[in-house]
Design a protein around this ligand. Sequence first.
Ligand SMILES: C[S@@+](CC[C@H](N)C(=O)[O-])C[C@H]1O[C@@H](n2cnc3c(N)ncnc32)[C@H](O)[C@@H]1O
Length: 311
Amino acid sequence: MSSLKRLRPSKNIGPFSPRLIGLRILTYLGAGYIIKFMAEDNEFLTDVDFGQYRTLIYNESGIHFTSTNRSILESRLKERLREKGLDSPRSYYLLISKNSEELKDFLDSVTTNLTHFFRNDAHFKALENFVIPELLKIKQGTPNPTLKVWSAGCSTGEEPYSIAMLMSEILPPPGRFEIVASDISLKSLMEGRKGFYGDARIEGIPEGYLRKYCTRLEGGYQFKPEIMGKIRFDYHNLKHDSGQRNVDLVLCRNVIIYFDEVAQLEVIKRFWEVMAPKSFLFIGHSESLFGMDTKFEFVKTQWATFYRKYI
Ligand SMILES: C[S@@+](CC[C@H](N)C(=O)[O-])C[C@H]1O[C@@H](n2cnc3c(N)ncnc32)[C@H](O)[C@@H]1O
């Protein structure tokens, strides 16, 4: 055989030969399998695990984890595993399935607790100029003139302390009011209960209020007993009835944004049950009851919008 003949591509080994195409497909499938295998091996939370955790969190708290915030769940889970010395999401899932205290800690770890004093200034202006004067008119001459407020999802307490300062400032003496501040984050509640806020966190409190309602300590400010005595911090999951009744003002701001529509409606209906006739409901600036089957009426004032239970 001449050398020329040896170099001429044979019908069976050219770039489009069935043998080469077959080989390429095999290589491609093999590589794909190896990549998939490696990815699964490195995947911290499998789709099945994610589905299970998502259902558990939703059933226990109403908080809805979407695929977009899966990474948040993953990082919080990693922290819990490290703390507990466990090596897989599955083993931690087994633990929280049978240990209700650990389940509480886990739920605490997946909540978002961002808050600050006098958050959404417009709400506080509406409270001062419209809501509180209205409530005072209603309460006048009634056997129980105490204004009952519920800060639902109060996080570390900035919201209830802001209301307590405002009410102390504007209610005529003897200024009867009480605030229940509740959350599912025990860590946040404990911070709120202490009533001490570091220098970096007191932003938003007017200077005059700071001087009047707080004591300067090293590194921050401590609320005075007359303000702290107005607030009762309570562990409460909005998935359940709080047992309260005749509440005049409910603030549940920036909480239901983490729930899906079904859970939101359940919570709003529960508020209706605890609220007194003609009472007020404030939800977060970016939250709405629009399109929801509720009996609350929308109130628009020059300061802010909120909801009212007229009957
Ligand atoms: C972003 S913070 C809002 C704090 C405050 N209301 C504000 O607007 O600044 C949301 C809070 O809702 C709480 N939360 C979430 N789900 C809850 C539930 N099912 N029951 C009670 N509190 C819940 C979280 O623990 C968190 O502290």
